[in-house]
Design a protein around this ligand. Structure first.
Ligand SMILES: Nc1ncnc2c1ncn2[C@@H]1O[C@H](COP(=O)(O)OP(=O)(O)OP(=O)(O)O)[C@@H](O)[C@H]1O
Length: 321
């Protein structure tokens, strides 16, 4: 079959333009074109797990919507599992699973178990296969005690685990995840990431992961595709992205009172001050320990934290280069 070959997701010169009407006078409206996706190309092999990242408004959701057949492309070529997502949407639906971190696909008032029963009927999943898939998700995502709880009573992390399960009951070959760890605590994040690793290894599910959390990518994806303003900025190994984009971490320092910008700390420079709070950038490859001990010895320190660079920082640095 065409889709069993090398390229499982095949995106060539894909574009999407929206026409937006703006009011420019009392009675006047002008139509403006927004190029949300502007000629991007990338391919994903079967079983690959790739990060799909970019700043707000980069065109990620629009691309995912075209990959799932919700939106029709304005131009270019698109195949998922050998299928044109827009033309053969009903065929594709059985082969893909989608999870949106900020929305649930579960029925709010129903216990998880009943939602899953509805999913089974919608996708006509054979009973034995359904039970096997559910049991595996329940075990790995520790959902056992939650199956009879209505969705609205679940915490965000529990709900997310519930949503991921719902997306996998019909054995999809491709899983699209849009911010699956947003708002989750450290324990839930770790559980979700571990689950995705296992899923990818055991089932060979192809995963495209959109996230603003760089550590999601670091822990899950060897490969990243970066887009900005609808264009492809980078496609390659995560290590390469580190090299081009990732240079510095930031020490956020709270002092007892407002002071002039901290100076003279080797390897660090103050990049921002706001009242008694100061932000010091230092190389990501360096240890923070000597900086912290010098700060503690020489300044009236109340608190401090270390901020890892986020996707926006990385992309800003890619531009700077
Ligand atoms: N239905 C629409 N009509 C008009 N413009 C749209 C529509 N959907 C998206 N856009 C525009 O297309 C661009 C890309 O949006 P998109 O939602 O794909 O970005 P994103 O990378 O997913 O951003 P975020 O990280 O904020 O979710 C934005 O400028 C957005 O305003």
């Amino acid at each position: 079959m065409a889709d069993e070959g090398g390229e499982f997701i095949d995106v060539q010169d894909l574009t999407k333009t929206f026409t937006v009407r703006r009011r420019t006078g009392l009675l006047r409206r002008t139509a403006e074109e927004v190029r949300a996706v502007d000629g991007i190309s990338f391919t994903l092999r079967r079983g690959e797990m790739a990060g799909f990242i970019g700043p707000n408004g980069a065109g990620k959701s629009t691309t995912i919507k075209m990959l799932t057949g919700i939106l029709t492309p304005s131009g270019g070529r698109l195949r998922v599992a050998g299928v044109d997502p827009w033309r053969e949407r009903t065929r594709l639906v059985r082969r893909i699973g989608v999870v949106f971190g900020q929305r649930t696909t579960l029925w709010w008032d129903l216990p998880l178990r009943d939602s899953y029963g509805l999913v089974r009927r919608m996708y006509r999943v054979p009973q034995a296969r359904f039970e096997e898939n559910l049991a595996r998700c329940v075990e790995l995502l520790e959902l056992g005690d939650l199956l009879d709880v209505p969705v609205r009573q679940l915490s965000l992390g529990q709900r997310m685990r519930g949503d991921i399960t719902a997306a996998l009951l019909h054995d999809p070959d491709v899983l699209y995840l849009d911010e699956p760890t947003i708002g989750l605590d450290v324990v839930s994040k770790a559980r979700v990431r571990e689950f995705l690793r296992t899923l990818n290894a055991e089932r060979g599910t192809t995963v495209l992961l959109t996230t603003h959390d760089l550590s999601d990518i670091e822990q899950l994806c060897k490969r990243v595709v970066v887009i900005d303003h609808g264009r492809l900025m980078y496609d390659g190994p995560l290590a390469g992205l580190h090299e081009v984009g990732r240079g510095e971490r930031t020490l956020v320092v709270d002092l007892e009172r407002e002071l002039p910008p901290i100076e003279g700390l080797t390897g660090a420079r103050t990049v921002r001050t706001e009242g008694p709070r100061q932000w010091l950038a230092f190389p990501a490859s360096a240890s923070a320990a000597p900086l912290v001990s010098r700060l503690a010895a020489e300044y009236p320190l109340v608190d401090l934290s270390i901020r890892e660079p986020d996707i926006e920082d990385v992309i800003a640095r890619m531009y700077a280069r």
